[in-house]
Design a protein around this ligand. Structure first.
Ligand code: ADP
Length: 652
């Protein structure tokens, strides 16, 4: 367009503030144009002659550039330009381009009369007459300072925000395009996920998910949810570039333009691995505390009957029958307590891999008999019947008999505990191919289907009862399973449900059928022949322990002396020449090891049988006492049968 279309418009009423330039001859259309634009206040609209001098001026021009018409008409338009632009001959260039191509548009700083700058949008149009020769220029200038300021503020704030996001190290903050490909990446993302921006930009964000999450369609699902709900929060495992997993909390927000179209997604991810670990530790700590409370409770329980029994025995008026019953109660409780402690120590040791099996050739039938005998009184108390079903041939195993008895004892103990009075318990052992199979079935309270898979876990009890009259500490089955596994076997529990009874099946690798005969179990019966009494020395700094053992040995008809410390033990030994010494290890001043070494060192006493009595029963403790010269190592509280055996072995 060579001419301004406004030139053809009907003549408007003349507006004030418009003055003809005296140097320019008004033409018809130009005059109309002047009238039209004179009152426009928002735009500076003016004419230049072909050399760039101002030919007309309107209200807007006056407002914008501050010159009155009189001041500006005839002056060269370069006064509107900053010095530096005039030096570059920018105004001349503008006119030259406009003359050549018809139009020139520019945005830039311009100068007002008072020297202040404003940001202008300028359009210059060349004007030509009918013959096509240049008559001048139309210049329209708008003041865009406000817009420019707003844009600049926006730009700065975006820049600040970008710098802020880019600098955040604790959060991965990045953008996804609408298809889910990574579109921006901050240092936090690099730190948490391990990729540098150039490695990951453009790749799909499912890269961060582990295979199982991808298999179940999680990445697509979260984007869909973000689309539907605007925002979605999610926790789960993610994968770093190096393949390591981390536990992430991620928030995905859908980003939409003003018209509602999807621009992409913003994703903010935090690494919560450490927090999760702390939570797990806290949970373990809570379980441990709960267990300690339970343990204290379980250990305190047997104390009440023991104390009462002792009181009864201590009364002078108690008749002998009652005293024997009270004693039986106390003994049973002590056994119960000792078993709890043994289980507890064992479960820790197996857990740490510190239990060594002392395998020997055993007949499972013997072990079943012994275990059933051991629980006999407990079963009787609850009037249960125990049916034992064993084959005629031996079931030979290479196994640790103590541990197998422990397994049986625990399973039988549970069957007795978890069956109502008058129940039926069946124990069956048999060979099944290369395995020995042990089955313990009861018709008791049964095990809930939901609880079944977990009953072998540590501290797990199918049902926490308030009165806990029958419960234990939830370690029995854990220990049983570990011991079975140590033997290379398996254990399974089944139950048709509550009140339907339970069935435990243990499979152990058996030995082949051709076996050397089992040695007959020597019972070492006492008192069959009348032998002279054995000289027994009992040494323990716990006076009660020493005296009660002395009493027991006396009842068995032996010649007994007692010492309460190492030194007096040696003095007595030198003169008494004991054949059997029960020696406590932990004593002040001179401990049991030292006493043992000295007894071994004296010709008169060195053949004595030395039996250690101690609270420490681990392998290394036994090794220490062996090195000190002990013949045997008994853990307190020692089973009376073991004490009697020690006696029997002194003079075989
Ligand atoms: P606890 O010391 O509680 O007996 P265990 O580890 O021996 O611990 O057993 C775990 C849980 O399994 C028990 O608390 C009980 O709920 C369940 N349970 C074990 N044996 C039986 C059984 N024969 N009948 C029913 N429930 C049983």
């Amino acid at each position: 367009m060579r001419r301004c279309s406004a030139f053809g418009m009907p003549e408007p009423t003349k507006r004030p503030g418009f003055t003809d330039a005296p140097a320019v001859t008004p033409s018809g259309p130009e005059e109309r144009f002047r009238q039209l634009v004179s009152g426009v206040a928002d735009y500076a609209i003016f004419l230049l002659d072909s050399s760039g001098r101002v030919k007309s001026w309107n209200d807007g021009a006056q407002r914008l550039k501050q010159y009155t018409t009189e001041e500006i008409l005839g002056r060269h338009f370069s006064v509107f330009y900053p010095r530096e632009m005039v030096d570059r001959k920018f105004p001349d260039m503008e006119l030259e381009v406009a003359a050549r191509v018809g139009r020139f548009e520019d945005e830039g700083w311009r100068v007002r009369k008072d020297g202040t700058l404003f940001w202008a949008n300028v359009v210059i149009t060349a004007l030509r007459d009918d013959r096509g020769s240049l008559t001048g220029f139309l210049k329209i200038t708008r003041d865009l300072t406000d817009r420019r300021r707003a844009e600049e503020q926006l730009r700065q704030s975006e820049e600040r925000f970008r710098l802020l996001v880019e600098g955040v190290v604790d959060y991965a903050i990045f953008m996804l395009d609408p298809a889910g490909n990574v579109a921006s990446w901050n240092v936090g993302a690099e730190r948490i996920k391990g990729y540098r921006a150039e490695e990951i930009m453009g790749r799909h964000f499912s890269t961060f998910y582990p295979p199982e999450a991808i298999a179940e369609g999680k990445p697509a699902r979260v984007l869909r949810q973000a689309l539907e709900q605007g925002r979605v929060e999610d926790e789960g495992w993610r994968i770093r570039k190096d393949g390591k997993r981390f536990w992430a909390n991620a928030v995905i927000t859908a980003l939409r333009g003003a018209d509602g179209t999807l621009r992409g997604f913003a994703k903010v991810t935090r690494d919560l691995t450490e927090r999760r670990r702390v939570d797990a530790l806290r949970e373990a700590d809570r379980q441990k505390n709960e267990f300690l409370a339970l343990l204290a409770h379980e250990l305190r329980n047997p104390l009440a009957p023991i104390r009462t029994a002792l009181h009864v025995i201590g009364q002078t008026r108690t008749d002998p029958g009652e005293a024997i019953r009270a004693q039986a109660i106390a003994e049973r409780q002590v056994r119960h307590m000792a078993r709890l402690l043994d289980d507890l120590l064992d479960v820790v040791r197996v857990g740490e891999g510190r239990i060594e099996l002392k395998r020997e050739d055993v007949d499972l039938r013997d072990l079943v008999h012994r275990a059933v005998d051991a629980v006999g009184s407990a079963a009787q108390e609850r009037r249960h019947s125990i049916e034992v079903d064993l084959p005629r041939e031996p079931i030979s195993l290479s196994a640790d008999p103590t541990r197998i008895e422990q397994i049986l004892g625990n399973l039988l103990g549970n069957a007795i505990k978890y069956t109502d009075v008058g129940g039926k318990i069946r124990v069956r052992a048999a060979r099944d191919g290369d395995d020995a199979v042990l089955e313990i079935v009861d018709n008791g309270i049964g095990i809930d289907r939901k609880a079944l898979p977990r009953i072998f876990d540590l501290f797990v009890q199918a049902e926490r009862r308030l009165d806990r009259s029958v419960g234990g500490m939830g370690i029995g089955l854990t220990l049983v399973r570990r011991l079975v596994e140590l033997h290379g076997g398996t254990i399974e529990a089944s139950s048709a449900g509550a009140r339907m009874g339970s069935r435990f099946v243990v499979r152990l690798p058996a030995k082949s059928r051709i076996e050397p005969p089992f040695p007959a179990a020597g019972t070492g019966e006492l008192g069959e022949t009348v032998a002279p009494p054995v000289r027994v020395l009992v040494v323990d700094d716990n006076v009660d322990a020493a005296e009660s053992l002395m009493m027991m040995m006396k009842i068995l008809g032996q010649d007994v002396r007692v010492a309460f410390d190492g030194r007096s033990a040696l003095d007595i030994a030198a003169e008494f020449r004991p054949e059997l010494v029960f020696l406590d290890i932990g004593m002040p001043e001179m401990d049991g090891y030292e006493v043992a070494r000295r007894i071994r060192g004296e010709p008169l006493t060195r053949d004595a049988r030395l039996v250690a009595l101690t609270g420490w029963g681990q392998h290394e403790d036994r090794e220490l006492s062996r090195q000190a010269g002990f013949d045997e190592h008994l853990v307190k509280p020692a089973d009376p049968a073991a004490l009697e055996r020690a006696l029997a072995e002194t003079r075989p």
